[in-house]
Unconditional design. Structure first.
Length: 116
């Protein structure tokens, strides 16, 4: 039996669920989408509409699932996405600022708040 390799190290990714990101590498380069979920332990993110794969789904009449082939997003390396600033209309880096005692992320280029 093969042991599953465990990573105890927890990464803090530069993006989080709901962020608007632009893809900087791979077949979806240049695509902009929202982060659907973050797999911090694997350093991966799932971006809406990006890195689509076709997956076979088993029919499950109880759940109303017909089965067949379905398109879904596959996790991709977090290094392939950058935060997207809709104000600059560019990929950007963020800096952290404290506004009203709350930590917010702002665009390094235009100062626009990214946490809304
Ligand atoms: Zn900006």
């Amino acid at each position: 039996m093969r042991m599953k390799k465990q990573t105890v190290e927890k990464h803090d990714l530069h993006v989080k669920t709901g962020d608007r990101v632009i893809i900087t590498a791979g077949k979806d380069k240049g695509k902009i989408g929202n982060v659907k979920s973050v797999l911090a332990s694997e350093n991966k993110v799932i971006v809406e509409g990006a890195n689509m794969i076709t997956k076979a789904v088993k029919p499950n009449p109880m759940a109303g699932i017909q089965g067949g082939l379905t398109q879904m997003e596959a996790p991709m390396d977090s290094s392939k996405v950058m935060l997207y600033c809709s104000s600059c209309e560019k990929a950007t880096r963020v800096k952290h600022e404290v506004v009203d005692n709350k930590k917010v992320r702002v665009c390094k280029k235009c100062g626009e708040q990214l946490d809304v």
